[in-house]
Design a protein around this ligand. Sequence first.
Ligand SMILES: [Zn+2]
Length: 85
Amino acid sequence: MINQIRSCPACRSQVSRRASRCPHCGRPMFRSVWPVVLLIVAVVGILWLVFAGVGQAAKERAIQEQREANSLQDYDRAMKRATGN
Ligand SMILES: [Zn+2]
């Protein structure tokens, strides 16, 4: 549902969304684009930071797991050598 009516921020009267200015007080009712643009920029920036952080953490975790796997394999090999299997 698209709300076709909004209230004028200056005089609080109901104004059609298609009106370019408030018929009661004459305040320009241009579509407020900048808050939306700023919100999108902020969301994209936050998402970028989050994904960059998550990606970095995942990379470090993968490296750590690889190191642990390698040391386990070394341990296995050492045990096999020690037990003669
Ligand atoms: Zn008004």
